[in-house]
Design a protein around this ligand. Structure first.
Ligand SMILES: Cc1cc2nc3c(=O)[nH]c(=O)nc-3n(C[C@H](O)[C@H](O)[C@H](O)COP(=O)(O)O)c2cc1C
Length: 159
């Protein structure tokens, strides 16, 4: 099985990238960073304002360097920070760009406080016909926590 692990910013080290690398360690998935045309990670206020406007007005931001197809992947691990009590709209843009029927989507999130649950409706809707497995909030997690979760949802075999 092959898989891709998208993260939500342009390659700077981030909580989400660190979480993606923990998953990669267990699964060997390829890493891919979702990048928006308008880069808004810093400064914080610009990020906060832009992401709030996108969420409020249901704006799906344009992405750069999207893979043409995900055909070679069965499983997509989709990672993102919780922004404004939901998934960033760039993640919606990414998922809805593809026909994901027959694929498995595995969400994971980083956040200050909120659980991944509050983002799951958005992810399920954007993932269309994909099978969306139970996501994990990866926060102060040990490698073994990530491994246990992947076993629980049936991605990894119990060893
Ligand atoms: C614009 C913005 C909105 C945020 N909204 C939330 C939120 O609603 N709930 C929460 O628990 N954390 C929220 N956070 C905190 C981030 O989810 C958290 O810091 C995350 O680990 C950042 O991941 P990153 O380093 O990959 O960007 C927000 C952060 C930003 C910048």
């Amino acid at each position: 099985m092959t898989s891709a692990t998208p993260t939500t910013n342009g390659g700077n080290t981030s909580d989400t990238e660190a979480a993606a690398r923990m998953i990669q360690k267990e699964t060997g998935a390829d890493l891919y960073a979702i990048q928006v045309e308008q880069y808004y990670r810093t400064p914080y206020l610009a990020t906060a304002a832009t992401s709030w406007v996108e969420r409020q007005f249901n704006i799906h931001p344009s992405l750069t360097a999207l893979p043409e197809s995900l055909d070679e992947y069965d499983t997509i691990y989709i990672g993102y920070p919780v922004w404004w009590f939901d998934a960033p709209m760039s993640v919606v843009s990414f998922l809805e760009n593809y026909d994901l029927s027959g694929k498995t989507v595995v969400p994971f999130a980083t956040s200050q406080d909120n659980d991944i649950d509050i983002t799951m409706d958005t992810i399920r809707e954007a993932a269309g016909d994909a099978t969306v497995l139970e996501g994990m909030r990866i926060h102060n997690a040990k490698q073994s926590d990530v491994q246990n979760w992947l076993q629980e949802i049936g991605i990894l075999q119990e060893r």
